[in-house]
Design a protein around this ligand. Structure first.
Ligand code: FES
Length: 324
């Protein structure tokens, strides 16, 4: 019996910056089986309908990371994304190049910024040249030590996280989720000799620009969980250097602020983050808010069951607390 097919309407982003004044979307219709990967459909379009369609791919097995693109506005691997569920959910299939990188042509982007941001934070093992490891030494890490970074080696550098990241979009100097996840891998490597230096440097090189939106973790096809690793890096940075950087002062202040009343006290948080000078600098904005909505500038009353917040904090500080 022939496999059931669906008629798939596909809109593909087309743009050649050297020739076109603006991007356009070309429409194609293919008869495909629902499990057909988007990449297979695009190759079929290129082979049978439009040989000028430009895209990047290699392994077709979710290994090389070359075929990342926007599929119905999500950063995905084209070789790993079946068409059927996309058509079912969205009624159509729109394929576009990755975001946060300049388009070279059609679905191919210039990855220079992605790699430059990656290289600049030096995510590789730094050994002490005065204490080289003797030749033939077996891996000196224990299984528990390796377990601390077991997700990060799964990364295939597809840049789906970079494409999905709003912090990269708002500040191109942000190293990006993949770079920070890889940095974490070496920060917790007991063989590395640059841990303290890395944790100090990264605080002024973009660590605190992460918005904690989790879009990188959602986009990652290999479940590396970059946003969790960035959270771990922030905790390690605070432990290494305390609240000396603006980002760490904000994180510490936010935590203490909520603990106090169960609600955010915004004026107090500005003071905790930027000091009195920072508060004075925002007086104009504060006055404008006060005129429009005076109630928002008042100190909020504590929530009713503040004891529950305290219990949550105690459990988060010591996860064994609630299970004793
Ligand atoms: S072609 Fe290699 S990951 Fe898709």
């Amino acid at each position: 019996m022939a496999a059931k097919t669906i008629s798939a309407p596909i809109e593909v982003y087309r743009y050649d910056p050297s020739r076109d004044r603006a991007p356009r979307y070309d429409r194609f219709t293919l008869e495909v089986e629902p499990h057909t990967p988007v990449l297979t459909a695009l190759l079929s379009i290129r082979n049978q309908q439009d040989p000028s369609l430009t895209l990047r791919y290699s392994c077709r097995s979710a290994i090389c990371g070359s075929c990342a693109m926007q599929i119905n506005s999500k950063s995905r691997l084209a070789c790993q994304t079946p068409i059927g569920p996309e058509i079912e959910r969205h009624g159509r299939l729109v394929v576009e190049p990755m975001r946060n990188q300049a388009v070279l042509r059609d679905l191919v982007v210039d990855q220079s910024s992605f790699w430059q941001n990656y290289r600049k934070i030096e995510p590789y093992l730094k050994l002490d040249p005065r204490q080289p490891m003797p030749e033939g030494t077996p891996n000196p890490m224990t299984p528990a030590e390796v377990d601390r970074f077991h997700e990060t080696p799964r990364c295939i550098a597809c840049a789906a996280c970079y494409s999905a990241c709003p912090a990269v979009e708002s500040d191109p100097a942000f190293p990006g989720p993949m770079a920070l996840a890889k940095l974490y891998r070496f920060v917790v490597d007991p063989r590395d000799r640059a841990t303290q230096d890395r944790l100090v440097r990264i605080q002024t090189e973009g660590l605190w620009l992460c918005l904690r939106c989790h879009l990188c973790t959602e986009a990652c096809p290999k479940d590396v969980q970059p946003s969790e690793r960035i959270r771990d890096l922030k905790e390690l940075a605070i432990a290494a250097q305390g609240g000396t950087e603006r980002g760490s002062r904000h994180a510490i202040g936010f935590k203490e602020n909520i603990r106090e009343r169960g609600l955010l006290q915004e004026m107090k948080l500005v003071r905790q983050t930027d000091g009195l000078a920072g508060l004075a600098g925002q007086l104009g904005q504060g006055l404008r808010i006060w005129r429009k909505k005076p109630e928002t500038t008042k100190r909020p009353p504590a929530i009713e069951d503040l004891a529950q917040v305290e219990t949550l904090y105690r459990e988060l500080d010591d996860p064994t607390e609630g299970h004793r």
